[in-house]
Design a protein around this ligand. Structure first.
Ligand SMILES: NC(=O)C1=CN([C@@H]2O[C@H](COP(=O)(O)OP(=O)(O)OC[C@H]3O[C@@H](n4cnc5c(N)ncnc54)[C@H](O)[C@@H]3O)[C@@H](O)[C@H]2O)C=CC1
Ligand SMILES: NCC(=O)COP(=O)(O)O
Length: 356
């Protein structure tokens, strides 16, 4: 079977009246590969025409990464707020550090790095909420570093949901037509089964279905739902969650007008069903969805947070400390994250109900 590759059209600026999508791009952990993939992506001539990118974080950190990459002639414009217009060349950084000059320690997990990364996320969320930005793209943070900095959320998804008062966030991975939603995300595997309830699965199906319509333009989405246990429980021999929790949740979703199929065996799904016309698949836990997703689409995969009032995407990879500062990081996932952010923001704007 052919590996699924992204088939997104490049975002069409005419969708929103020729306005470029204003994207706030958070710098991520300064010691990881976030700034590197960001710099490489902004050099992609296919990306620049459709978005107005503003990097949020530290100009000093970005300069250090640019120097290591050999981009020493790059002009970095520093501003102290989300700007309305951008210069024709160079990269604009909204510096949120109050003039600090943080050092970069490639490959190290530090509280300072975690704090700096989250300062940028806070600023970018607020810019999206008050309309100064159309979308945000987050370069990767380290969950360890942000915990050292005192943050009690596991990652962006939960943090942005809190800051935007969104009770129903959902992690969703996207690579072209391959879309994977998660019922549970950042919890220990030992807690997954207990976290699965009919209500939770029903909520995730609603959020996923709404995101497919509102953000990806699929009028009548059809969602495949995976089982939890091997072979979807095999009639109860290998586990009962399919019969007692997942199937009833699907019945209720159907009654509410959502097209769903399942519960389907997870291993077979990714081996045979990717071209069967499903618009998305709902996985029960993080690695059930992300292992096959990354195996199929790592270098183009995007992490999209469904269920938010703002548009937020991210590359599908993390801080990759082992290769930080070596110039080896592949930028494709960040490029796709920028594209999906622009595409979904433009789609939301184009289809938003006019104000009464
Ligand atoms: N959106 C985000 O903020 C994300 C953050 N993370 C965090 O990142 C940290 C490290 O996570 P890991 O599980 O080690 O995953 P990782 O994605 O950082 O690294 C996994 C493997 O992929 C390689 N890799 C990752 N990105 C690459 C790229 N662009 N080009 C070439 N090779 C690449 C790495 O070198 C490593 O071998 C953790 O704290 C994790 O929570 C992980 C995923 C997403
Ligand atoms: N595996 C995805 C991941 O860990 C990223 O999480 P988040 O920071 O986007 O919440």
């Amino acid at each position: 079977m052919a590996i699924q590759r992204p088939t997104y059209q490049r975002p069409d600026p005419s969708v929103s009246g020729n306005a470029r999508t204003r994207v706030a791009i958070t710098l991520g952990d300064p010691n990881g590969i976030g700034p590197e993939v960001l710099l490489k992506s902004l050099h992609d001539p296919h990306i620049a025409p459709s978005i107005a990118p503003v990097v949020v974080g530290s100009a000093h950190v970005l300069r250090q990464h640019a120097d290591v990459l050999g981009y020493s002639d790059l002009t970095i414009h520093t501003v102290d707020a989300m700007p309305d217009t951008l210069p024709d060349e160079g990269v604009t950084v909204w510096d949120v550090t109050d003039g600090a000059t943080p050092a970069v320690h490639f490959g190290e997990i530090t509280a300072e790095g975690g704090a700096l990364a989250m300062q940028a996320v806070e600023a970018a969320v607020d810019a999206c909420l008050d309309g100064r930005a159309d979308a945000m793209v987050t370069a990767p943070i380290s969950k360890d570093a942000i915990a050292q900095a005192g943050y009690t959320v596991p990652g962006h998804t939960e943090f942005i949901a809190q800051r935007t008062n969104s009770p129903r966030p959902m992690m969703m991975m996207v690579a072209g037509q391959l879309r994977v939603g998660l019922v549970t995300a950042h919890i220990p595997i030992a807690k997954v089964a207990d976290a699965l309830t009919e209500a939770v699965i029903g909520t995730k199906l609603e959020v996923l279905s709404a995101a497919l319509q509102r953000d990806f333009g699929i009028a009548e989405p059809h969602i495949a739902v995976l089982g939890l246990n091997p072979h979807a429980g095999d009639g109860g021999v290998l586990g009962m969650e399919e019969e007692t929790i997942i199937a009833p949740a699907l019945e209720r979703a159907r009654a509410n007008g959502i097209q769903v199929s399942g519960p389907l065996p997870a291993d077979g799904y990714f081996a045979t069903q990717l071209n069967s016309g499903y618009d998305a698949v709902l996985a029960m836990y993080h690695d059930q969805g992300l292992v096959p997703f990354k195996a199929l689409a790592f270098d183009r995969g995007v992490n999209f947070t469904a269920g938010l009032p703002i548009v937020r995407t991210s590359p599908d990879h993390g801080t990759a400390y082992g290769i930080a500062g070596k110039g080896m990081a592949l930028p494709g996932s960040m490029e796709s994250a920028l594209e999906v952010a622009a595409f979904t923001a433009q789609h939301r704007q184009a289809t938003a109900a006019p104000a009464q």
